[in-house]
Design a protein around this ligand. Structure first.
Ligand code: MG
Length: 234
């Protein structure tokens, strides 16, 4: 593995959550935040003049509950919602609602595979198969059958999960929204992520003259990212 590149001068850090800052757990609710992570993030936020953001597929409120008082900006739901600074109103992208009946169909598809997990999201849903790996193909087919030819939503692969998400927001639009405002504007975005949806974040960061760093290629895993961040925080 090549060593991580040095942080550019006047960098802004934009960090995915699951699989980047924290280890992936058997279920989304069972993740554990290492106790030394929040103080490292606070020290980095200070060092970067506040330019530290988290960009996640989870709801903004869930990220805040897991990592209170750490990032200045938090984007959730794959760019569907952004809180630009603590206490600000949630900036919601106007996205298509989940059509009637889709969530029920998703839940039914999962019920046929013991261990698989249905997760309702604000305008979509996720079919998790981490505890039912043999259900991978059946759940993909189910997700694609539910979405069908509907142009409002799409099926996205993730780590042991198929997600049905609305079109119109992604991690690229999240990066662009965050980087357009202080204290991020004028800084060089450095985006870290580990998943397919992070490719959009990499692309946006690079288009703004910054870096897109894939966790597996540069840091190995989330523990490697945390060690790197701790070193930067000093
Ligand atoms: Mg991730």
């Amino acid at each position: 593995m090549p060593p991580p590149p040095p942080l550019p001068a006047r960098a802004a850090l934009l960090l995915d959550l699951d699989g980047t800052l924290i280890d992936i757990a058997p279920t989304p609710d069972s993740v554990v935040v290492p106790p030394d992570l929040p103080p490292v993030l606070r020290a980095l936020r200070e060092r970067l003049g506040g330019a530290l953001a988290i960009v996640s597929g989870r709801p903004v409120e869930t990220v805040e509950a897991l990592l209170p008082d750490t990032a200045t900006a938090i984007a959730g739901e794959h760019g569907g919602a952004v809180r630009h600074f603590p206490g600000a109103a949630l900036d919601r992208v106007d996205l298509p609602e989940l059509p009637d009946g889709w969530a029920e169909q998703g839940a039914r598809a999962v019920a046929a595979h013991p261990g698989a997990l249905f997760e309702r999201k604000t305008r979509g849903f996720a079919l998790h198969y981490r505890l039912a790996p043999q259900a991978r193909e059946a759940l993909e087919q189910a997700a694609r059958a539910i979405v069908g030819a509907e142009a409002t939503h799409r099926v996205m692969p993730g780590h042991m999960v198929w997600e049905v998400k609305p079109r119109g927001a992604d991690k690229a639009s999240a990066v662009e929204a965050i980087m357009s405002r202080p204290p991020f504007a004028g800084r060089v975005p450095v985006y870290l992520g580990d998943d397919v949806t992070d490719e959009d974040g990499f692309r946006a960061a690079r288009a703004l003259g910054g870096l897109g760093l894939r966790v597996q290629d540069i840091f190995g895993d989330a523990a490697g990212v945390r060690a790197w961040l701790a070193g930067l925080a000093g």
